[in-house]
Design a protein around this ligand. Structure first.
Ligand SMILES: [Zn+2]
Length: 322
C-alpha cells in the first residue's frame, strides 16, 4: 500500500516537473526605461527587438516639468537600464527614478557623457547664473550620433549575448545619421545668409544653431517656463522689427497666445510646428522617429527662411530593420 502511494506521488511529481516552464533559462530581453521620445527612438534603433523598451515621457508633454504617474513606477522598479538625457532636462522624472530604482540598475545620462563642459551652451532660458546648461543636445545630429554610440556600448556591455546584434544595428543607424547631418548642412546652406537666424518660443535650438550655422537671436519663453511678461513681449516685438526676421517659430508642446500677439503687431510669419522632443506622425508611421523629427524641423525652418529642403527627401526616416 505504502509503496503504491509513493509510486503515485513520484509519478505526479515527475509530470508536474515536465509541465513547469524553466523560468530561469527562458530568454528575456533587457528591461530598458528611457525618457523623451527622441532618446527612446534612438535606443530602439540600437536595441531593436532584443530589449524591452519603455519610454516614460509621453509625446506632446513638457519634458522639463513632467512627473511620472504611479503606473510608471513599476517600469522604473523593474528596469535593468535607465537612459536619461541628463543635464537636468528631466529633473522631476529623474528624482522619481532615483527614489524608486532597484540597486543593481544602470543609469546612463547621455548628455553628461556626450559633450564636455566646455561645449555646454548657456543662453536665454538656460542662463549661466542658474547653473544648468541648455540640455537639448540631440538637435545637433552629431550629438545624436554620440548618444547612439553610448547606448550601443552600454547594451553591449551589460548584454554580451546580444552584442553583435546591437553593434550591427548601431552601424546601420549611425551611417544614416551621418547622412542626415550632411544633408541638413547642405539645406541650411541654401537659406539666404541674412535669414539664417532663429527666434523660437522654447529655447532648444542652441546646439542645432551652432552645428549648422544658424544664429539663435532669442527665445520667447523665460527661464522659469512661464509666459513672458508684457515688458518682455514689447522688447521682443522691437527686436523682431529691428532684425527684419521673415519668420519666428513655436511648437505644439508650448502653445502660446504671445506668438499670435507678436504676429499681429509685427506682421512676422509664425511657424508653430517645430519639435524638440515630440515625434511627427502616429506611432508606427515611418516618420515617427528621431530622423523623421529632424527632417520635419529642417524642412519647416528652411521653407520659412527662404531655403530649399529637397535634399532631405533622400533620407529614409524609418527605423532600422533586423
Ligand atoms: Zn525642451
Amino acid at each position: 500500500m505504502c509503496w503504491r502511494l509513493w509510486n503515485g506521488i513520484l509519478i505526479y511529481l515527475f509530470i508536474l516537473f515536465m509541465l513547469t516552464p524553466v523560468e530561469g533559462k527562458a530568454y528575456r530581453g533587457l528591461k530598458v526605461v528611457s525618457t523623451v521620445s527622441p532618446i527612446t527612438n534612438i535606443a530602439h534603433n540600437i536595441g531593436g527587438e532584443r530589449i524591452e523598451l519603455h519610454g516614460l515621457i509621453p509625446e506632446g508633454i513638457d519634458s522639463h516639468t513632467f512627473e511620472p504617474a504611479p503606473g510608471d513606477i513599476k517600469y522604473i522598479i523593474d528596469a535593468d537600464l535607465i537612459i536619461l538625457n541628463g543635464l537636468r532636462l528631466e529633473a522631476p522624472a529623474e528624482r522619481l527614478i532615483l527614489a524608486n530604482r532597484k540597486g543593481s540598475v544602470r543609469i546612463l545620462r547621455l548628455g553628461d557623457k556626450a559633450i564636455k563642459r566646455e561645449e555646454w551652451i548657456f543662453d536665454f532660458s538656460f542662463p549661466k547664473e542658474k547653473g544648468d546648461p541648455n540640455p537639448h543636445l540631440w538637435l545637433d545630429v552629431q550629438h545624436a550620433i554620440r548618444y547612439a554610440g553610448l547606448v550601443r556600448d552600454e547594451l553591449m556591455n551589460i548584454d554580451p549575448a546580444n552584442a553583435d546584434y546591437c553593434k550591427k544595428r548601431a552601424a546601420a543607424y549611425i551611417s544614416r545619421l551621418e547622412r542626415l547631418d550632411m544633408e541638413i548642412n547642405a539645406v541650411v546652406n541654401t537659406i539666404p545668409t541674412k535669414n539664417r537666424r532663429l527666434l523660437t518660443y522654447h529655447d532648444s535650438w542652441g546646439y542645432f544653431g551652432r552645428r549648422y550655422g544658424i544664429r539663435i537671436i532669442g527665445a520667447i519663453q523665460p527661464s522659469n517656463f512661464a509666459e513672458p511678461s508684457p515688458r518682455d513681449v514689447a522688447r521682443l516685438i522691437d527686436q523682431i522689427r529691428a532684425e527684419g526676421l521673415p519668420a519666428i517659430f513655436g511648437s505644439e508642446v508650448y502653445p502660446s497666445k504671445v506668438l499670435d500677439q507678436i504676429a499681429r503687431e509685427t506682421g512676422v510669419r509664425v511657424v508653430t510646428t517645430l519639435r524638440d522632443d515630440a515625434l511627427p506622425g502616429e506611432p508606427g508611421a515611418k516618420d515617427h522617429s528621431y530622423i523623421g523629427m529632424m527632417l520635419d524641423n529642417v524642412r519647416n525652418i528652411a521653407l520659412a527662411l527662404g531655403g530649399d529642403a529637397k535634399g532631405l527627401d533622400l533620407i529614409d526616416p524609418a527605423d532600422i530593420k533586423d
